[in-house]
Design a protein around this ligand. Structure first.
Ligand code: IMP
Ligand code: MG
Length: 172
């Protein structure tokens, strides 16, 4: 498969995002980081270690994908065992495409009493957006191709690749 973003470029982006988040939230009392499973688990594991302040971590799961097409229907399960009331939350996502997943989760968290919900995504495909959302922290903009690796999958495969690669026909 063709490498689109190397391990080194990923590391640079993660360091930059972690540094910015550390600065922006240094005076915030509670900072709750919520990675969206499963895709964001690798990114989130690296990102939290670049944030030099106390953070709490909880996970949510959301999936709208069948093969390489977004089904447009987002299944959201929230397993958050902590109270989100009055907490500042950063939703951590692997990649933003239509924006539907993040819009959906943001609304759920705000209606549960969160003080503020910000979004941090490693990758962005801005040309695929269907709903308007503010992505506060973006690692790398990519063209409209289906990518795998560093947590991102094709039917649950390739999450373990160190680089982010463009899925080719032979790998499907
Ligand atoms: P959205 O709701 O359309 O923004 O969908 C974003 C979700 O779709 C991400 O969390 C990924 O799980 C998945 N996704 C979008 N593009 C890709 C891709 O190129 N590779 C793997 N998963 C993707
Ligand atoms: Mg996802």
């Amino acid at each position: 498969m063709k490498v689109l973003v190397t391990e080194e470029k990923i590391r640079e982006a993660v360091e930059r995002l972690g540094k910015k988040i550390s600065e922006d939230f240094k005076d915030e009392e509670h900072l709750l980081i919520i990675p969206i499973l499963k895709g964001a688990f690798v990114f989130a594991a690296d990102l939290i270690r670049e944030i030099n302040r106390d953070v709490e971590v909880e996970f949510v799961r959301s999936s709208s994908y069948v093969n390489t097409e977004s089904s447009g229907k987002v299944k959201t399960s929230i397993y958050i065992s902590t109270d989100v009331k009055n907490k500042t939350i950063i939703l951590v996502e692997d990649i933003v495409e239509t924006g539907i997943t993040l819009e959906n989760l943001t609304n759920i968290l705000l209606s549960s009493g969160a003080k503020d919900v910000r979004i941090c995504a490693l990758l962005d495909k801005p040309m695929k957006r269907k709903v308007e959302i503010d992505v506060d922290y973006i690692g790398i903009e990519i063209p409209d191709s289906f990518v795998v690796g560093y947590g991102l999958d094709y039917n649950n495969k390739y999450r373990n690749l160190k680089d982010i690669c463009i899925l080719d026909e032979e790998s499907k």
